[in-house]
Design a protein around this ligand. Structure first.
Ligand code: BDR
Ligand code: CA
Length: 315
């Protein structure tokens, strides 16, 4: 059993990641959800996750975090997630529950330091909250088992040719986190795409129970881009973090040094994965685990097992 804290910008895929974690209570205790500006404003993202929790009658602490990146201007992903960040659920009732009356980083610090066991940080958005947390209270590192993040890429990009959105959105924050002593696993866009959910699989959700139908509505919106491009699948990026924690054996990876590019004209937020190997490079002290691929069918099995379990629980 792992105690996890989830930090993200829900967001269609962040929401699915949260639901997947919720589906396996024997594996995860979700100590809280903190939000950050990314896909939309932190205010919208906070309302979005609370809306989903209210819909299911679930009560997990939610704390709102930073409204803008450390240095750059906020550049949201409204193109993929809509203006609210979760436009797939526009017709669902708005949240009634409120976030905690404390900032995300205060909540993270208090929860981590007061926890008996070490905590796994699951990050699914720009790393603004986490960077400030680590800079302000470096002692939390002793209580952090590891950071499992959706972010970065091995060779590709989505926001820019070589930059993934979460890193691109706040590269200075990403650099602080990657310069820290934390143990980091990166679910890259390559791993997320290779573990994508087929559009045909997504269609079957509409015949399921309450949660499957909710996720159907989420993915219907989120998959517009795939449909438009003639792809057969959607990378539900953020859920890859939870899938890795559930079943690391369905992923391939390499451990290597990773640096964040800040100053390149075309490479803002690029995760520079140094795979030159021992001929050129001394063994890095704390290599980052870079997920490169996933067994797609195993991903689908785990995802549907999770949805089925939630359908049984929430009627
Ligand atoms: C990441 O960007 C966001 O739009 C998604 O929620 C995910 O965290 C994928 O690059
Ligand atoms: Ca996200």
């Amino acid at each position: 059993m792992r105690t996890i804290l989830m930090d993200g910008d829900p967001g269609h895929d962040d929401t699915v990641a949260f639901l997947l974690a919720l589906a396996f209570p024997e594996r995860f205790r979700i100590a809280g959800f903190t939000t950050v500006a990314g896909n939309s404003t932190a205010k919208n993202c906070t309302g979005n996750i609370l809306k989903v929790m209210d819909y299911l009658g679930v009560s997990i602490p939610v704390a709102a975090g930073y409204e803008s990146p450390l240095v750059r201007e906020l550049d949201t992903a409204a193109k993929y997630h809509g203006e609210t960040g979760l436009d797939g659920l526009l017709s669902y009732p708005p949240a009634v529950s409120r976030p905690l009356a404390k900032h995300a980083i205060e909540f993270l610090k208090e929860t981590i330091l007061s926890s008996k066991e070490k905590i796994t940080l699951v990050t699914m958005g720009p790393l603004t909250n986490i960077a400030v947390l680590l800079k302000t209270w470096p002692q939390v590192l002793e209580k952090i088992e590891e950071i499992v993040m959706m972010g970065g890429s091995f060779a590709s990009g989505n926001s820019l040719a070589k930059s993934e959105f979460n890193m691109y959105a706040d590269p200075e924050a990403a650099k602080i986190v990657f310069d820290s002593d934390a143990k980091i696993t990166m679910a890259t866009i390559e791993a997320c795409f290779s573990g994508g959910l087929l559009l045909t699989e997504q269609e079957t959700l509409k015949d399921g129970g309450k949660v499957s139908r909710l996720v159907y509505d989420i993915l219907k919106y989120y998959s517009r881009y795939a449909v438009k491009n003639g792809w057969d699948r959607t990378a539900v990026f953020d859920m890859t973090t939870i899938l890795y924690l559930l079943s690391p054996e369905i992923f391939s990876w390499r451990d290597m040094k990773v640096d964040i590019e800040l100053s390149g004209a075309h490479t803002r937020g690029m995760t520079v994965c140094d795979d030159r190997g021992p001929t050129y490079l001394a063994e890095p002290e704390n290599p980052r685990r870079v997920l490169l691929g996933a067994e797609r069918e195993e991903v689908a099995k785990l995802f549907f097992a999770g949805m089925h379990a939630l359908d049984q629980r929430f009627e």
